[in-house]
Design a protein around this ligand. Structure first.
Ligand SMILES: NC(=O)c1ccc[n+]([C@@H]2O[C@H](COP(=O)([O-])OP(=O)(O)OC[C@H]3O[C@@H](n4cnc5c(N)ncnc54)[C@H](OP(=O)(O)O)[C@@H]3O)[C@@H](O)[C@H]2O)c1
Length: 239
């Protein structure tokens, strides 16, 4: 039973499709309910077990409700994929304080809200797995990506800290670091020239989101005593 935030498009949607095809029940969260409804209908038509609810990860109560939905519908929560994210990137000198705040709220606070909702369930079950989508932007720091990379590395650090605190064997944590992936992520970039450049890079070399979904499935499907801590997955042609 896997709950996924940011399931309405891109990597989250592909992950829902991949995991459902492999037989997992999935619970879908994102703000665009129409998208979730269409995806849920697709998955059900293929025999999948699925539930969904509108979810804004910046609201703690929405994550609590998403986890409650998973437990209510399917009796447990095995994995939370904290995947929702935005990339309102720009040079730091542009002082896009609003964009920085949005990234901190969604990319960092949103993941923390997921941890706060899922951890008590995992502890009670003595079993659980937190997967988050961070980024190669946090591994090779590029101009315009400083704050975005900072949010992703904050999450990487939080998960590693939680891992160090959780060595009794019932909690697993995984950070997935994708490079360029063909999704709607560039839509949140407000600077038109920068957005065009990122869209061109995406068009020329990006991975299909299904590739990242397969990496997430690989981490999840390991036996409980095997924790895949980090996966970096980028196009072979990315520098
Ligand atoms: N694409 C890449 O090249 C790339 C590379 C590395 C890492 N990533 C990371 O991968 C993750 C998924 O992004 P993507 O590339 O698949 O882009 P995407 O297609 O834009 O998907 C982003 C998802 O996040 C959701 N989201 C955004 N704000 C939200 C909020 N406040 N509450 C709930 N959901 C929210 C969106 O749904 P709604 O708008 O419906 O809420 C959407 O489902 C992100 O964390 C991103 O940083 C992407």
């Amino acid at each position: 039973m896997v709950a996924i935030t940011g399931a309405s498009s891109g990597i989250g949607e592909a992950t829902a499709r991949e995991l459902a095809a492999r037989g997992a029940a999935v619970v879908l969260g994102a703000r665009r309910e129409d998208r979730l409804e269409r995806l849920a209908a697709d998955l059900r038509a293929a025999g999948g077990r699925v539930a969904h609810r509108p979810t804004d990860v910046t609201r703690r109560e929405d994550l609590t409700a998403l986890v409650d939905l998973a437990v209510g519908e399917f009796g447990r929560l095995d994995v939370l994929v904290g995947n929702a994210g935005i990339s309102t990137i720009s040079p730091v000198a542009d002082l896009d304080v609003e964009g920085w705040s949005q990234m901190i709220d969604v990319n960092v606070r949103g993941v923390l809200h997921g941890i706060a909702a899922a951890l008590p369930v995992f502890r009670a079950q003595r079993r659980g797995h937190l997967v988050t989508t961070v980024s190669t932007a946090g591994l090779k720091i590029s101009p315009t990506m400083a704050v975005y990379a900072g949010t992703k590395n904050a999450v990487r650090t939080i998960l590693e800290g939680l891992r160090q605190e959780s060595t009794e064997g019932w909690l697993r944590t995984t950070s997935i670091s994708p490079g360029y992936v063909r999704t709607e992520l560039a839509a949140s970039i407000t600077d038109p020239a920068l957005r065009t450049r990122i869209e061109q890079n995406t068009a020329s070399l990006a991975l299909d989101p299904a590739a990242v979904a397969r990496a997430i499935a690989f981490a999840i499907e390991q036996p409980q005593d095997v924790e895949i801590g980090d996966i970096t997955i980028r196009p072979s042609a990315q520098d």
